[in-house]
Design a protein around this ligand. Structure first.
Ligand code: GDP
Ligand code: MG
Length: 299
């Protein structure tokens, strides 16, 4: 058996969640076309007859500007050092920039073997791919540079082969049915966050956090004998009162849409009737407030 940890890193929006979902075939990581959906690492576990690949989905590496980012950075670095393999994802449609340079520099001193995955190649001309591979070859010592499309599945089988080649021989760590060690709370809060991101444009999503206050089964569903109804209460934290107004929307319309969409997805996921109670709370500077961070990290 080949068993090991694979850290996925790259800019927000590069396609990490899409790749995890593609490889695992289930919705473990939340996908959004807006940056920075996943704040906390998610483990996705792929078990096959060849072994077990344990993916660590990291928030993008950023320069540590405030406390949240510092915590994230520490998390990212410890994950990178304990991983058996690092996969750096690159967005083929974007120009190489300062952010990329920073990530490459951060990786230089980490001894873990590294792959460079050039993602979204379905969006670029084929003749652009080889020059990109050459460019990344010179930037850092990569064991493999693989052009992929996480969305279309292109080369994902090749990637899986190469990953197995680079994992150590070991016993499986998780049982065959485990696909994720993330808690229900975290998954629920990410579903709500995803619906907020869908509804709100602007910069607001960067200062939104969702905390699940309560999950409770409340009696049998009269319309579905044998199934209970579930009550989920969640707080949406924002930094300013005008952010709260934006999330609530005119006459409560935006939060209502968020609530309906999140409820529908939760009902599909859990296959039971859900009551979803959303509260929007103003907590100024929550990003620097250790209490709120602790709450969210514990989910
Ligand atoms: P993350 O922030 O790195 O986790 O990125 P996501 O997985 O959430 O993806 C961000 C956006 O890029 C989503 O709209 C995805 O559908 C899109 N995306 C991801 N991979 C691909 C790909 O291979 N091709 C195309 N065309 N879009 C992709
Ligand atoms: Mg993501």
């Amino acid at each position: 058996m080949k068993v090991g940890y694979v850290a996925l890193i790259g800019r927000p929006n590069v396609g990490k969640s899409t790749l995890i979902n593609r490889m695992l075939g289930e919705k473990v990581a939340i996908i959004s076309d807006k940056p920075q959906t996943t704040r906390i690492s998610i483990l996705g576990i792929k078990t096959t007859d060849r072994g077990q690949i344990i993916f660590i989905d990291n928030p993008g590496i950023h320069k540590p500007l405030h406390k949240l980012n510092k915590r994230m950075m520490n998390f990212v670095y410890s994950a990178l050092e304990t991983a058996d393999l690092i996969c750096l994802l690159i967005d083929a449609t974007l120009r190489y920039g300062h952010g990329d340079q920073f990530v490459i520099d951060s990786l230089r001193d980490i001894g873990t073997p590294k792959f460079c995955l050039i993602n979204k190649v379905d969006l670029i001309r084929k003749d652009k791919i080889l020059p990109m591979i050459d460019q990344y070859k010179d930037l850092l010592e990569f064991k493999e540079i693989i052009p992929i499309s996480a969305m279309k599945g292109t080369n994902v089988d090749v990637l899986e082969d190469r990953i197995y080649e680079n994992l150590p021989e070991a016993e499986k760590i998780y049982s065959d049915d485990d696909i994720s060690t993330q808690s229900d709370r975290f998954l629920f809060s990410e579903i709500i966050r995803e619906k907020i991101l869908d509804q709100v444009r602007e910069e607001l999503p960067f200062v939104t956090a969702v905390y699940i206050d309560l999950i409770e089964d409340r009696g049998e569903d009269p319309e579905a004998p044998g199934k209970t109804k579930k009550y989920i209460k969640a707080s949406i934290f924002v930094e300013k009162d005008n952010h709260r107004k934006i999330i609530i929307g005119r006459g409560g319309s935006l939060i209502k849409t968020v609530g309906i969409q999140a409820r529908k997805e939760l009902e599909r996921l859990l296959d039971q009737k859900i009551y979803l109670d959303l509260q929007v709370r103003v907590k100024s500077k929550w990003r620097d407030s250790a209490n709120v961070l602790d709450l969210i990290e514990q989910q």
